[in-house]
Design a protein around this ligand. Structure first.
Ligand code: PEP
Length: 256
């Protein structure tokens, strides 16, 4: 029987786009999706400051809004930080957690990300949890070991019920923003491994139901081959999501 997992294409704008540039990008994307809608879930993660307006700009086409981070505590004296419930209160539905740039530049560990997932889920947000290995780890052939650790450390303490609100994004660090992409076979191999890991922790039904996205230089030219893999349920897109037509073309790259 074919799998019926939710298919998701998510945009991570990172620290790009001023307010007006961001709105213009959303208006263009909205127009493209009105002319050719998709049955799949489309998520856009602008910087914090644009989130509220972004939600209003996309109401027609059902694009869902994500934040790129949130704080691990529910509220309190954490100057400059943004809480999960604040995000939820302005219409944000998803939050990206554990992105390799947060791990690399802001010292985020699996344990910290686990706390963030707990807080985000308690606030009613869905989580896109990122995992993936740096180049040297793949060269040492320790990538399966590391990804298993990232998944286990961050998710093991959750009840299976929380997992219905978790999407995994496998993002090999060597492919993020580099123009290098995992081959469809490399992506499939790791996605199947992640599904097995989820099965080991939470059982078969959660493993089968959890969407696993690929991220790392996905673009219109390679999206179809990656999205055709049986365990690749979508993509997390950085650079190519900053151009409306490219992101739209990726959205329409799922096999029919
Ligand atoms: C990302 O940062 O999540 C990402 C996948 O970036 P890019 O598509 O630019 O490699």
């Amino acid at each position: 029987m074919p799998e019926t997992r939710e298919k998701i294409i998510a945009a991570n704008w990172k620290m790009n786009k001023t307010f007006h540039e961001g709105l213009a990008l959303l208006v263009e994307l909205n127009m493209l999706l009105e002319s050719e809608p998709t049955q799949h879930t489309v998520v856009v993660a602008p910087p914090y400051i644009h989130l509220h307006s972004a939600g209003h700009a996309v109401t027609d086409t059902g694009i869902k809004i994500a934040a790129q981070n949130c704080h691990q505590e529910a509220n309190g004296a954490f100057t400059g930080e943004v809480s999960a419930s604040m995000l939820e209160s302005v219409g944000v539905e998803f939050v990206i957690l554990g992105h390799s740039e947060r791990r690399q530049y802001f010292g985020e560990t699996d344990e910290l990300v686990a706390q963030k997932i707990k807080t985000a889920a308690a606030a009613g947000l869905k989580v896109i949890y990122c995992c993936g290995e740096p180049l040297e780890v793949r060269q040492e052939e320790k990538h399966f070991e590391l990804v298993k650790q990232q998944i286990t450390n961050a998710l093991k303490d959750f009840q299976p019920g929380v997992l219905k609100d978790v999407v995994i994004a496998y993002e090999p660090v060597w492919a993020i923003g580099t123009g290098l992409t995992a081959s469809p076979e490399q992506a499939q191999e790791m996605h199947a491994f992640i599904r097995e890991t989820l099965k080991g922790i939470f059982g078969e039904s959660i493993a089968k139901a959890t969407p696993i996205l690929y991220g790392g230089s996905m673009k219109p030219g390679n999206a179809k081959a990656l999205l055709s893999q049986p365990d690749v349920d979508g993509g997390l897109i950085g650079g190519a999501s900053l151009v409306a037509q490219d992101f739209f073309d990726i959205i329409h790259s799922f096999p029919a």
